[in-house]
Design a protein around this ligand. Structure first.
Ligand SMILES: [Zn+2]
Length: 497
């Protein structure tokens, strides 16, 4: 038995000015790894592709890994990048195989295709009409018809923060291996509802997604091979952004349909709970100070979430609005992760550790998609640390995977320690801080450019959390996004019965 195992992951924020060339799909730049290098990069990690490799090895299959390509979210994927990745995967399928296992995202938009995953699957189907294709998708997938039609089995993450990527790979992979072994006949039902759940309301610690995902696991316990609710990714101005569900059963299409409709109907009934109320920044800052003033000695930090500029949702990670408010308010004992500003890092490297300097920090990237200009802020401080920015996640999210912040420096204003990085990395792992010599649990305040994923590795440290509405292409204000292509009517953009 020969299996093609591959990865092509990108969540596309169509408003993001951050380009998405092929080099973004490889840790440290260059070409995404292939073959033995791809296996070495992912085997034993908490990823879906690692689960595929384990299952295929255990089944004694010959495993071909044409490419493992994963990029931090950003603007539409450049055509050359998509053609390279899809081309590698299609060439491997064309060489002949018994099954295909794909670790995809589900919300990839390319310069040419609103449904990047659907285009990949369409091309694979054109080469191998009958080969079973198992697909693992992120919970933020915006599901199009093509993806659902051409995949044999789809399984999605059931946690946000995404701490079950590996388990998702096992669900998708097992169903395909059971099909190949004649032990199962997977059949799939899927559907959508016209609703755009807000990312800040999608966490699976919170209702209603907690209950929706729990119901998926109940359905699996009751015999479904896989049940998934995709809450969708709303910072994408494409026709089929929004919520969807997929249920796979063993040769029982009626049960798959019934389960799928139940999930969709429940999500629709709970749609008001997916709407996010934005708190004005001034009020958030005052609340954070009050929380810090009342916190017991020895307790963890008050976490300030700069959620409008999260690089794991396509943010530039260089807007200075929330950090500016922290500096203006004179907050003391603050750790900030992070500001993306490669030029500022270079200036600090030239100045050297211990040097005092003043620089125009952040705000280098304009955001024409939401009509905003980048606004740097002059910040003075001492260079506290310089490092290469590489660290491995400790988990629980993306456990064991390598991160590359690029050349990294810490600027210390005396009150605020600001991590400044050259590649996008979202702080969801304690190792992001330990890599730069900061113990966040000892700080009075920690500012994170994150929305929900920070909870994976850092929530247990926090005394309290304050969600701070800054500026950026992950804006919580749907009006700022001025949707042109999302299908209408759409809740909550339009009043729907
Ligand atoms: Zn996601």
């Amino acid at each position: 038995m020969k299996l093609v195992v591959a990865q092509m992951k990108h969540e596309t924020n169509t408003y993001s000015p951050v380009p998405t060339p092929l080099a973004r799909f490889a840790v440290g730049g260059g070409l995404p790894p292939e073959g033995a290098a791809a296996r070495a990069a992912y085997q034993g990690t908490g990823s879906a592709i690692a689960a595929f490799i384990e299952l295929a090895d255990a089944a004694g299959a010959e495993v071909v890994i044409p490419i493992a390509a994963s990029a931090w979210p950003s603007g539409p994927v450049e055509t050359a990048a998509f053609e390279h990745i899809a081309g590698r995967i299609c060439a491997a399928v064309a060489a002949g195989c018994d099954g295909v296992l794909l670790d995809l995202h589900g919300a990839m938009v390319t310069e040419a295709h609103d449904d990047g995953e659907g285009e990949l699957l369409r091309r694979i189907r054109a080469i191998a009409a009958d080969v079973p294709i198992g697909v693992a998708l992120d919970m933020h997938a915006n599901l199009y018809d093509g993806c659902a039609r051409d995949a044999t089995v789809i399984a999605g993450y059931q946690t946000y923060p995404h701490v079950d990527m590996h388990e998702t790979g096992l669900r998708a992979g097992r169903a395909v291996l059971d099909l190949l072994a004649g032990r199962a006949r997977p059949t799939m039902a899927w559907g959508r509802r016209p609703m755009l759940p807000h990312v800040m309301r999608q966490g699976t610690d919170d209702s209603p997604n907690r209950e929706l995902q729990a119901r998926c696991r109940e359905m699996e316990a009751a015999g479904a091979l896989s049940a998934s609710v995709f809450v969708g990714f709303p910072n994408a101005d494409i026709e089929y952004a929004g919520l969807s569900a997929v249920v796979v059963t063993d040769a029982d299409p009626a049960l798959a349909r019934r389960f799928c409709d139940e999930l969709l109907d429940t999500a629709w009934a709970e749609r008001a709970k997916f709407v996010y109320e934005v708190e004005p920044l001034a009020r958030s800052m005052a609340r954070a100070q009050a929380l810090a003033g009342a916190k017991p000695a020895g307790s963890g930090p008050v976490v300030l979430l700069d959620h409008s500029d999260n690089c794991a949702s396509g943010g530039t990670m260089d807007t200075m609005t929330v950090l500016g408010a922290i500096l203006d308010a004179g907050l003391d004992d603050v750790a900030v992760f992070a500001i993306f500003d490669p030029a500022a890092v270079q200036r600090m490297i030239e100045a050297g550790v211990g040097a005092q300097l003043s620089l125009a920090l952040g705000g280098k990237l304009d955001m024409p998609g939401i009509g905003l200009r980048g606004q740097p802020r002059e910040v003075a401080g001492r260079v506290r640390l310089i490092c290469d920015g590489r660290f491995r996640n400790r988990g629980p999210m993306a456990r064991g995977e390598l991160n590359d912040m690029g050349p990294t420096a810490v600027l210390d204003t005396g009150k605020v320690q600001i991590v400044v990085i050259s590649n996008h990395v979202e702080p969801h792992d304690l190792a992001a801080f330990t890599a730069v010599g900061i113990a966040p649990e000892t700080r009075r305040f920690v500012m994170l450019k994150s929305r929900i994923h920070w909870r994976a590795g850092l929530r247990p440290l926090a005394h309290a959390v304050v969600e701070c509405a800054g500026t950026g292409v992950c804006t919580s204000d749907y009006a700022t996004l001025r949707f042109k292509n999302v299908r209408r009517p759409m809740y909550p953009l339009d009043a729907l019965p």
